[in-house]
Design a protein around this ligand. Structure first.
Ligand SMILES: [Zn+2]
Length: 210
């Protein structure tokens, strides 16, 4: 019983309430939309495209559940922990086109530390839905602040938006950078500068010479 309570507290399942998905209705609507756009969906090659499209979007819009494992910070580690270059795959909520890039997530531990693989899970959990890069950055930072009660949290995301590169401005290679800083990473100039320099310098990130 005690163990079960501890388990729930230190390793809770992070889930998204979600909304009911009507795949059949979506497939019917996708068929109509693609036909209206002039695509030959009756052809052998595209016959199954509406179904594939709907399943792909349903998958990309479903946040994957995960167990958010934390551990006691028994060593009293109090320096910055930084997990850099976490892949980000999301859909912009304005065009439902992908934006992809990397996230750098750092924190100054308090009493609990997060299992390192959970940073990527956390990023993916908030990315796999219709998003803006700004909101995604803030939601990851807020979640970690609530979950870990750390002394500080910082999240930087660099991403390329296909709605900007494949249409509209056609600004190939333009990267959007967003940041959310909490606690000492926001308020202490030295810690803030350390975090931002680590996230900005690819040579440092990959372990190269400074
Ligand atoms: Zn967009």
């Amino acid at each position: 019983m005690v163990e079960a309570v501890a388990e729930a507290r230190w390793r809770p399942r992070i889930t998204h309430p979600g909304v009911p998905v009507d795949l059949a209705a979506a497939e019917k609507a996708a068929t109509e939309m693609l036909a209206a756009l002039g695509l030959p969906i009756d052809s052998e090659d595209m016959f199954e495209t509406p179904r594939r499209l709907v399943h792909a979007y349903a998958e990309m819009l479903t946040p994957p559940e995960f167990d958010s494992t934390t551990f006691t910070n028994s060593a009293g580690y109090d320096e910055l922990v930084l997990v850099s270059d976490i892949p980000v795959h999301s859909l912009c909520e304005h065009h439902l086109l992908p934006f992809t890039g990397v996230a750098h997530v750092g924190y100054l531990p308090g009493d609990r530390i997060l299992g390192l693989s959970k940073f990527a899970r956390t990023v993916d959990f908030f990315a796999r839905r219709a998003q803006t890069q700004e909101r995604l950055t803030m939601e990851i930072a807020e979640h970690l602040t609530e979950r870990l009660e750390p002394k500080g949290v910082g999240v930087v995301i660099e991403a390329e938006h296909t709605c900007m590169s494949m249409r509209g401005a056609r600004a190939d290679g333009a990267r959007t950078v967003t940041a959310a800083l909490h606690g000492r990473l926001r308020d202490d100039p030295k810690t803030r500068a350390e975090f931002l320099s680590l996230t900005r310098d690819p040579a440092i990130r990959s372990g190269g010479a400074r």
